[in-house]
Write a protein that binds this ligand. Structure first.
Ligand SMILES: Nc1ncnc2c1ncn2[C@@H]1O[C@H](COP(=O)(O)OP(=O)(O)OP(=O)(O)O)[C@@H](O)[C@H]1O
Ligand SMILES: [Mg+2]
Length: 435
């Protein structure tokens, strides 16, 4: 279970103790740095936290340590909950980074109780899970999974996990050369370990990737994040965390299994793993396969939202119609994800009548649902910058992200549209968690 990190100067022991006691009484797991905690340990603890409480005091305002905590939390997009414990005068940094969230203080009669309840709420607020899906191939699912959500991470910070659920594993190959991806799956450090017990969970286990005919239904504890996901941003890249669980061909074995009980168990493993990793990330994104399979069902059951990229043509329209039917028919009401459509590769130079018609409801009948209402306002233009480029040897994986590519060649406009799409999806998620 993830913890709340308490940032303090070391000079407010009474306030820290009172806070620790109150959180412990509410069964909230707490981490706070002590005298012998190194900066690296503190940063690692912040990275695993679901929120950071900042004890605001005269000593904290002067503390370089607290400032570093606040900066680390900001880079990760973590919720910060400041709590004022004396009449400190805020300096410029605190005014800018802490004061906007500062509502609670120990001088309020129920200040501590409110702090505890805000902390509990931050814990309950789970990270949204988004499936990028369309039952039509080649419409930009992989491009959107990597580029839009890479841009999301760049714009909002935070910890984003990409899961490559397509047996073609193109998303993984966007970031890593094929040999690296295959070396990772040779050790089961790959997506199959969300479905079945593997060598990632126990050294003496058999690899489920080598067992095409059988499914391992034995339960397992999800592997620690750092031994499983690959950090795309690395340690020298842009701040924050964008990780990927590497894809592999062998998960297509589920399409051939005729054992419904075993498949049900394997699906449960997957759902439980996704739930587990929610506490370590702020957003989880699945790239998915274009045909309706067992993997589609798993993705739909785990997802809160589906983003379906579509081209401005009738074939894509058909894919979206089928997708909506699958969502309506195959997923029970209470766990049915919300479907939104994103126009991809639209030609911004010409006015697309197809797009205008779609927005005006002309295709709602053909789609079989209110497509015009499900369309995102933002769209991705057609651009050579989205062309697939093999990762270069020795280049860090994050260089494959358009949002972090250099200047020139119309990149500014492309980056803006990526950020606009991310912003709109984030707005939908915020509205969802408020309800
Ligand atoms: N906005 C865009 N502008 C130009 N090219 C694009 C755009 N979006 C995607 N492409 C290109 O279209 C091709 C298909 O895109 P992508 O692989 O993302 O589709 P997909 O839906 O994931 O395909 P599949 O169904 O095979 O998984 C790729 O070559 C990609 O570079
Ligand atoms: Mg794809």
């Amino acid at each position: 279970m993830s913890h709340v990190y308490i940032s303090h100067s070391g000079k407010d022991p009474d306030a820290l103790l009172a806070l620790h006691e109150a959180l412990r009484a509410a069964s909230v797991t707490v981490f706070y740095p002590g005298e012998d905690t190194s900066r690296e340990e503190a940063d690692a603890a912040i990275d695993k936290a679901f929120a950071v409480i900042v004890l605001v005091s005269a000593a904290a305002v002067r503390s370089k340590w607290v400032r570093q905590d606040v900066e680390a939390a900001k880079a990760l997009g973590l919720k910060r909950i400041p709590y004022q414990v004396d009449k400190a005068r805020l300096n410029g940094f605190f005014k800018q980074e802490v004061q906007p969230d500062l509502r609670l203080s120990s001088s309020m009669p129920d200040g501590l109780a409110q702090l505890v309840s805000e902390t509990q709420e931050a814990y309950r607020k789970k990270c949204p899970v988004i499936a990028v899906m369309n039952l039509k191939g080649g419409v930009g699912k992989t491009t959107v999974s990597g580029q839009v959500f890479g841009a999301w991470q760049a714009a909002f910070g935070g910890r984003v996990l990409l899961i490559d659920l397509d047996p073609q594993y193109n998303l993984t190959q966007t970031f890593y050369p094929m040999e690296l991806a295959d070396a990772s799956s040779a050790q089961d450090r790959s997506v199959i370990s969300l479905f079945e017990r593997s060598r990632l969970h126990a050294r003496d286990a058999a690899s489920p990737a080598e067992n095409w005919l059988g499914l391992t239904t034995q339960p397992f504890t999800p592997a620690p994040r750092d031994q499983f996901a690959h950090p795309i941003l690395g340690s020298d890249g842009p701040p924050g965390r964008l990780d990927i669980i590497s894809g592999q061909f062998e998960i297509s074995k589920y399409a051939f299994s005729g054992d419904p009980d075993a498949l049900a168990a394997v699906k449960q493993h997957f759902l439980r793993c996704v739930e587990h990793y929610r506490s370590a990330y702020d957003l989880i994104v699945f790239d998915t396969n274009p045909n309706a399979t067992f993997l589609t069902r798993c993705a739909l059951e785990a997802a809160d939202r589906v983003i379906a990229p579509m081209h401005a043509d009738i074939y894509s329209l058909r894919g979206v119609r089928l997708l909506n039917q699958v969502i309506q028919n195959q997923v029970e009401d209470y766990k049915r994800p919300d479907l939104r459509i994103l126009f991809n590769a639209v030609n911004r130079n010409e006015q697309s009548t197809f797009e205008a018609d779609a927005r005006n409801g002309v295709f709602d009948g053909a789609a079989g649902f209110a497509l015009s209402k499900a369309l995102l306002t933002a769209a991705l233009p057609r651009s050579g910058h989205f062309a697939v480029k093999a990762p270069q040897d020795g280049q860090p994986a994050w260089r494959q992200l358009v949002i972090h590519a250099g200047r020139g060649g119309g990149l500014k406009a492309i980056r803006e549209s990526l950020t606009q799409v991310a912003l709109e999806i984030r707005g939908l998620n915020d509205a969802m968690t408020r309800h």
